[in-house]
Ligand binder design. Structure first.
Ligand code: PXP
Length: 259
């Protein structure tokens, strides 16, 4: 699907993040399980896109995986990466459908926060310009904060991905007031980002228990989900895990349209 299709309909895309297949592979230094095989299976099972994070330490996906994903996929690849010269060169070499800029600290277990666009506006504006010229749809992974959204719009990013980690963590830890506060923030900021002309995506930490209120937000066009889906796939298989996620997303979307 092209991005313009998505902005003229209320379709909600599911991007499947396959990093954690690579994490299991890399734990043994073996050739399996193959994250590209998982990506092709996800594609066959109806994923709208594949997301992969090429970390600076290559702890998930490696350079050869990106090469194979670019060759094998017919659905869009969303390459997550830090805003470094090395990653920019790699993205310019492959020209994936989308590039999502994320903050990266070596010692973190996962991407812990959103990118500080407001603090690095000038540098990031220069960083994304060649990617956009090459034809990559640039997305910036940010917290649901007004200053970050405004900065993302000012530097010319067409897409922001709102970080749902704080909302999901609050839910998992039973901090329900905090969860509701985070959900309100995501709701307001999805609308605000859209009002500035940005396309809005969301992701991080989403599960069957947390996806519905996010899928119900009409401005959100894409969810990127990995860790939970890959974990669930151990028990039911990836197509079944994706089908259940898709069912919950679609039901929440349909219900929100009725309300
Ligand atoms: N979106 C972004 C920008 C991410 O960095 C990640 C994690 O790599 C995800 C979505 C998916 O998060 P999770 O694996 O927790 O579903």
């Amino acid at each position: 699907m092209t991005t313009s299709d998505a902005t003229t309909t209320a379709a909600l895309r599911l991007g499947v993040n396959i990093d954690h297949v690579a994490t299991v592979r890399n734990a043994r230094g073996s050739a399996y399980p193959d994250p590209v095989r998982a990506a092709l299976l996800a594609q066959q099972a109806g994923a709208d896109g594949i997301t992969a994070h090429l970390r600076e330490d290559r702890r998930h996906i490696g350079d050869a995986d990106i090469e194979r994903l670019m060759q094998g996929l017919t659905i869009p690849l969303n390459l997550e990466m830090a805003a470094t010269p090395e990653m920019q060169q790699i993205a310019l070499r492959h020209v994936p459908h989308a590039v999502c800029l994320v903050p990266e600290k070596r010692e973190e277990r996962t991407t812990e926060g959103g990118l500080e666009v407001a603090r690095e506006e000038n540098r990031l504006a220069h960083f994304i310009a060649p990617l956009r010229e090459a034809g990559c749809r640039v997305s910036i992974f940010i917290a649901a904060d007004k200053p970050q959204i405004e900065a993302a719009a000012r530097i010319g990013a067409p897409v922001v991905e709102l970080h749902t980690g704080a909302y999901c963590d609050a839910h998992a830890e039973g901090r329900l007031d905090d969860r509701d506060t985070e959900l309100r923030r995501l709701t307001e900021m999805a609308a605000y980002a859209t009002s500035l002309g940005l396309e809005v995506h969301a992701g991080h930490g989403l599960t069957y228990d947390t996806v519905e209120p996010i899928a119900a937000l009409p401005e959100i066009r894409e969810l990127n989900i990995g860790h939970f889906l890959i974990g669930e796939a151990i028990f039911v298989g990836l197509p079944a895990a994706m089908a259940e996620m898709r069912r919950l997303m679609d039901a929440a979307r349909a219900q929100a349209q009725k309300d």
